[in-house]
Write a protein that binds this ligand. Sequence first.
Ligand code: PEP
Ligand code: MN
Length: 343
Amino acid sequence: MIIVLKQEATQENIAELTDHIQNAGLNSTVVTDDFKKLICIIGEKGKEKLKSFLTLDYVEKVIPIIKENKLSDKTLREHQLHDTVVDIKGACIGGDHFNIIAGPCSIQDEENTVKIVSFLKTLDIKFFRGGIYKPRTSPYAFQGLRENGLSILKTVQDMNMRVVSEVVDPRHIEAMLPVVDVFQVGTRNMANFELLKELAKIKKPVLFKRGNTASLKEYLMAAEYLLSGGNPNVILCERGIKGYDTEYRNVFDINAIPTLKKMTHLPIIADPSHATGRRDLVTDISMAATVVGCHGLIVEMHDNPELALSDGYQTLNFEQFTQLVEKVKRIRDFVRLLEIWRK
Ligand code: PEP
Ligand code: MN
């Protein structure tokens, strides 16, 4: 249920209404943008009581949301002016904004990280990715620098670069909080609801990857844990789903991008590295994802992929990455034209 408030509704009105809602035994989330104020009520039990809210002079209308994923559903934004745009220190993902996130799968050491970040800055890339806690398929594989990597992430931030890094355990959030600008939740943790509940409590953006066997509905319901817990800064990411062909690591579900754009107001980016597991496919899949309207990419790259501590076979070198950026830029120009034609 969405309660749309009149333009002139004040903070006091919102506080009064949320009190009424709570007294009726319902949970509510207030969603605002520059033009509209909405109150979203979770739980349908008190429908009858809701009618009484209509009589309040600062309420414009009450709209039922039949879908289970109430906060991620597109309906919510149809009553506002635009889709969700996540602003990370002045660089945005969502709406008309597009950004590439790039870096190694795992952080290796400070010197190597500084080299990669310096290179990314020459291409005007605004987001660095690098894992320090690695959820590896094998317990014998490199698990990341863990706590020892925190100071390296700080060095990256000090270079005026936004840091995207994976969190695998709620106990790590506190230490990561000052040195991470976007918490990545990996495919293996999409349904780790206790981790999501903790990330919901902080407002820091979450790059939320799709589980590799999750349906889009299950995916959006999982995103709902972040939204309903109070964190609206959610970026979805299609990173490939399980297939049967052994030629590549996963199957890039290109359908997911335009479909999710119809289902939700949240931004959606693509991860061509994990979706293919092959560096020779990464640029083509990046371009394909851009054509169908993703809001950005997350790409694994390294100065010497052969030496990367994880996922080297899907990691681009500097030259390959530069070409990817060039090609994607051209595709973006083309997509902008396409959108004008479509209108
Ligand atoms: C990663 O980004 O390095 C990673 C482990 O991704 P995913 O969760 O998509 O496998
Ligand atoms: Mn990886």
